[in-house]
Design a protein around this ligand. Structure first.
Ligand code: PMP
Ligand code: GLN
Length: 382
């Protein structure tokens, strides 16, 4: 179908296939190579053994909805009613698609901040929406929101702005001032905000994460999405959630029930257990990822890349221009065979490739010996 033709193969599937073919170190697809907290894994085994193997309730098991509510209240002071304001989804991915299908009319416009996680554009297309993307701009060795461009992208047809902080692929954590400015636009133009906070715990260097839903006047217009994937090293559990005011969550639920009906049962009490009991594990994960970021950034710098600032997430972006290359897409397609390392070209996440021609995203959520091997292989570029 024409609407979905541009989305036939994700960049992650393509790059992971190249990694396999060339036995390359895969710093392309962002997934960790160690397990989550032992207590959480045990809780899932117990759930299966105790017979939690049939359909859970449509909105998700109460135990998980209550744990998500406690977690958001404890960390951010936001009170969500577990009965009507929290929906368990099949990962953040389903939450994003269901929010788009449930809240965006065909022909309405959705503003994305570019580069954007690939599923957003596909979800807008599934809903029959029209995407308007606003490129981030260079700010020192990092990136910032172009607020004038954001305002200019909003038209009378705009329904929603999608925010993602900490940001995949750049690792940018938006400042409170930037989030306030997005909130100003949303309030002034009466827009919904869909905020993807899957990396909410992975903020480095003493920085902090501000959920845009906590800003004045934003609770009632914001759907907040997160997931166990990146918080508890459980990308294969596909257990996420959407939180927001009841009318918005009801619309997301309406779409979700015909996408997957429900998510897998035994993971839900296990993730609830982790939210309640494994906060120290998550802090240790964050600190270990910060060290891994430093290791990979140093290796990339040593290999001759121009390394961008990464303030959170699993990712660091690196510029290939200082190495004498000008096209990240062909660079990334050749790299696995050339030196046995996989990265992802940032222009896979954009509508304005001319701004992003020379940037490559590398994932550092890998064991130290894997990063050390990548560092050795990268020196071959010098
Ligand atoms: N949003 C972002 C920004 C991501 O990087 C990812 C990849 N984990 C997802 C959503 C998907 O999350 P999940 O695996 O929970 O569907
Ligand atoms: N979220 C991960 C990334 O950005 C993996 C996504 C995927 O494989 N769909 O790399």
């Amino acid at each position: 179908m024409k609407r979905l033709r541009p989305f036939a193969h994700t960049i992650f599937a393509e790059m992971t296939a190249l990694a396999t073919t060339h036995d390359a170190v895969n710093l392309g697809q962002g997934f960790p190579d160690t397990d989550g907290p032992a207590g959480m894994l045990e809780a899932a085994r117990k759930a299966i053994a105790s017979g939690l193997n049939q359909y859970p309730p449509g909105p998700g098991m109460p135990v998980l909805r209550q744990a998500v509510a406690r977690d958001r209240a404890a960390r951010f002071g936001t009170e969500y009613d577990p009965g009507s304001e929290i929906l368990v989804t099949v990962g953040a991915t389903e939450a994003v698609s269901a929010a788009m299908l449930g809240l965006v009319e065909p022909g309405s416009e959705v503003v994305l901040i570019e580069p954007y996680y690939d599923s957003y554009a596909a979800a807008v297309a599934l809903a029959g929406g029209i995407r308007k993307s606003v490129p981030l701009v260079a700010d020192g060795d990092g990136f910032a929101l172009d607020l004038d461009a954001l305002r200019a992208a909003v038209t009378p047809a705009t329904r929603m702005i999608v925010v993602n902080s900490p940001h995949n692929p750049t690792g940018t954590v938006f400042t409170d001032a930037e989030l306030e400015a997005v909130a100003d636009v949303a309030r002034e133009r009466d827009l919904l905000v869909l905020t993807d906070e899957v990396y909410e715990h992975l903020v480095f260097d003493g920085g902090h994460h501000t959920p845009i839903a906590t800003l004045p006047g934003m609770f009632e217009r914001t759907v907040t999405v997160s997931s166990a994937a990146k918080t508890f090293n459980a990308t294969g559990w596909k257990t996420g959630w959407a939180c927001g005011p009841a009318p918005l969550i009801d619309a997301v639920r309406t779409a979700k029930q015909f996408m997957s009906f429900v998510g897998a049962a035994p993971f839900q009490p296990a993730v609830a257990y982790a939210l309640d009991n494994e906060q120290q594990w998550v802090l240790d994960l964050r600190d270990s990822l910060q060290r891994k970021r430093d290791t990979l950034a140093a290796a990339l710098r040593h290999a001759g890349f121009g390394v961008k600032k990464s303030q959170g997430t699993y990712f660091v972006c690196a510029d290939i221009a200082p190495l004498g290359f000008d096209d990240a897409d062909s660079f990334c397609r050749a790299l696995p065979e050339r030196i046995g390392v996989v990265g992802v070209p940032v222009d896979a996440f954009v509508d304005h490739p001319e701004h992003w021609k020379t940037l490559v995203r590398f994932a550092f959520c890998k064991q130290d010996d894997v990063l050390a091997e990548a560092a050795t292989r990268l020196t071959a570029l010098r």
